[in-house]
Design a binder for this molecule. Structure first.
Ligand SMILES: [Ca+2]
Length: 164
């Protein structure tokens, strides 16, 4: 039994070691999310996504959290193993048809595709408690401050006089 336990621990350590993780810098992440088509997606801005990801994972793709119900949450958007991905442990709907492990690496395009499904469901971004608590209804422009990011304006600029 002890040897089996050691083997499991060793295997788990190897799996963690092989994850090519990354803690994203804010503006770097903003650019990636914009390129992936999240700006304006379902009515949410890049600021919404940055705020949510900050409070969920601190922009750390390797972040895993365990819930009291036995499910776990993975990656930069903390996607849940009971609904969105398969971790081989939790009974799952696996609505994104992916392994939870794939949510822990630096390549976030698959994470974004899955998150698009989450935000397309009935509750939108309220699927993330931290978004509801910390981001909803706030001025989120601060999250993009200093980022050299092209974000499509949603209204025509008025040229006459100062607007401030
Ligand atoms: Ca990934």
């Amino acid at each position: 039994m002890q040897a089996w336990g050691m083997a499991v621990v060793t295997l788990a350590m190897l799996m963690v070691a092989t994850v090519d993780a990354k803690i994203y810098e804010r503006c770097d992440l903003a650019m990636k999310l914009e390129k992936a088509g999240l700006n304006g997606f379902r009515g949410y801005s890049i600021g919404d996504w940055l705020c949510m990801a900050h409070y969920e994972s601190g922009f750390d793709t390797s972040f895993v959290d365990h819930n009291p119900d036995g499910s776990s949450e993975y990656g930069i958007f903390q996607l849940n193993s009971a609904w969105w991905c398969d971790n081989g442990v939790t009974p799952t709907q696996n609505l994104c048809h992916m392994e939870c492990h794939d949510l822990l690496n630096r390549h976030i395009l698959d994470d974004v595709l899955c998150a698009k499904q989450v935000v397309s469901s009935q509750n939108g971004m309220n699927a993330w408690d931290s978004w509801t608590r910390h981001c909803a209804g706030h001025d989120l422009s601060e999250w993009l401050k200093g980022c050299n990011l092209y974000v499509k304006p949603n209204a025509k600029k008025v040229n006459s006089g100062s607007q401030r």
